[in-house]
Structure formats: structure tokens, C-alpha cells
Ligand binder design. Structure first.
Ligand SMILES: Cc1cc2nc3c(=O)[nH]c(=O)nc-3n(C[C@H](O)[C@H](O)[C@H](O)COP(=O)(O)O)c2cc1C
Length: 197
């Protein structure tokens, strides 16, 4: 199975450090022969989630849904806003639930303070949807970690991003393959059983 990884960028800022970092991770995953796509929420006008109108989506939203269903694993990138994920990321996550089950998530936060609370919040939302998370994330501090050309100056940080890409695709593949085996088997004592059609 060639793993399919969707990167979700959630900063509305042109030149976002987080989205730039996300591209580095997707490039690294591509070198390991993962298929990758970038969903940059800056370029999409997602409506504010409203459960009452969840069947009335426009073409743009249908494309977002197609990307989420396509993915076996995700990298979520959020800026640190008041110790929390961006509103755009939270709104994106609100739209999905079963689509995340049995899929693995990696995290990037753009922060001046490591962004641990931000990554924990994303991890909590994902766990609530029966998604799996890598036990660590990568935080970047834009002004310190990038030069004027937009290149990452810290080689240790580049290494951490390459590790994140590698771990996401290796562990993500194991979990996804097992989940797919479990939903197609007739074993009842597995969490995947409830996702059978
Ligand atoms: C509304 C707002 C709230 C912020 N709150 C925090 C914060 O609590 N802690 C922090 O370290 N940085 C905070 N920042 C700074 C951003 O996290 C930082 O500029 C980050 O690089 C933005 O990510 P981006 O470049 O991907 O857009 C805040 C920025 C904004 C605009």
C-alpha cells in the first residue's frame, strides 16, 4: 500500500511559517514514496460548521471532503493563537468524525512558546474521533528558524521534520492497514468493528 498523506495548513497569513514547514514535511514524505496533497485552508472558504446544513456543500467543500476521505494519514499545521489552535483548524476538524478513525496524525505548530498546548488540543480532537496521533509534534519559531529567503536555518529542526515525515508514513501505514483488515474481517472485539458499512 502506498500511503496517502494530506497536509492541512490553517494559517490565513500569507507566507505562513507553519504552512511552509508543512510543505517541507510533505516533500520529505514524498521522497519515501508517499502520495501527498496539501489542503491550505487559506485558499478555501470553508463555511462555519453548522450541523443543520451538513448536506448542502458547494464544489469547493466537496473537494475538501474528497481530500479527507482520500487520506490515510494527516499532518495538521496550526499557528499558536492564545495557546490554542487557529479557528480555521478547529472549524476544519469540526466537519469530520468517522473520516478520521483508524488514521494517523502528525502535528506542526508555529509558535514563540513551543505550542505544546496547541498540539495537545489538536490531538484531543483527533482522539475524540478515534484517530491515532504520533506521540510528538514539531514546533517552529518563525523569526528564529527561517532566514529572509524562507529557508529553515536550523539543521536539527530539518532533521526533526524528516523524522516526522518518516514516522508518520511508517506508523500511519501500519495502523491504516490493520484498521482496513479489521473492518473487512468479522472480528467483533475491535474498535474498527463499528465502522463496518
Ligand atoms: C491572535 C494571535 C494570537 C497569538 N497568540 C500567541 C500565543 O499565545 N503564543 C505564541 O507563542 N504566539 C502567539 N501568536 C504568534 C503566532 O503564533 C506566530 O506569529 C506564528 O508564527 C504564526 O504562525 P504562521 O506564521 O504559520 O501564521 C499569536 C498571533 C496572533 C495573530
Amino acid at each position: 500500500m502506498t500511503i496517502k498523506i494530506l497536509g492541512v495548513g490553517s494559517s490565513m497569513r500569507e507566507g505562513s511559517f507553519g504552512t511552509r514547514t508543512l510543505k517541507t514535511v510533505l516533500d520529505a514524505a514524498g521522497k519515501h514514496e508517499a502520495k501527498t496533497r496539501l489542503l491550505d485552508l487559506r485558499n478555501i472558504r470553508m463555511p462555519m460548521f453548522n450541523p443543520d446544513i451538513s448536506n448542502e456543500y458547494d464544489e469547493q467543500m466537496k473537494k475538501v471532503i474528497e481530500n479527507v476521505s482520500w487520506a490515510d494519514a494527516f499532518v495538521l499545521a496550526s499557528p499558536d493563537y492564545h495557546g490554542s489552535m487557529s479557528g480555521a483548524m478547529k472549524n476544519f476538524l469540526d466537519f469530520y468524525w468517522e473520516e478520521f478513525a483508524g488514521k494517523t496524525f502528525g502535528y506542526i505548530c508555529s509558535s514563540h512558546e513551543k505550542g505544546l498546548t496547541v498540539m495537545d488540543q489538536m490531538r484531543t480532537a483527533v482522539r475524540q474521533c478515534y484517530g491515532w496521533s504520533l506521540p510528538y509534534g514539531v514546533s517552529i519559531n518563525g523569526e528564529q528558524d527561517f532566514d529572509e529567503k524562507g529557508e529553515i536555518v536550523d539543521s536539527l529542526l530539518v532533521k526533526r521534520l524528516i523524522i516526522l515525515a518518516r514516522d508518520l508514513l511508517v506508523y500511519g501505514k501500519l495502523i491504516r492497514e490493520q484498521f482496513l483488515r479489521d473492518i473487512t474481517s468479522n472480528i467483533s472485539d475491535t474498535f474498527a468493528a463499528r465502522y463496518r458499512l
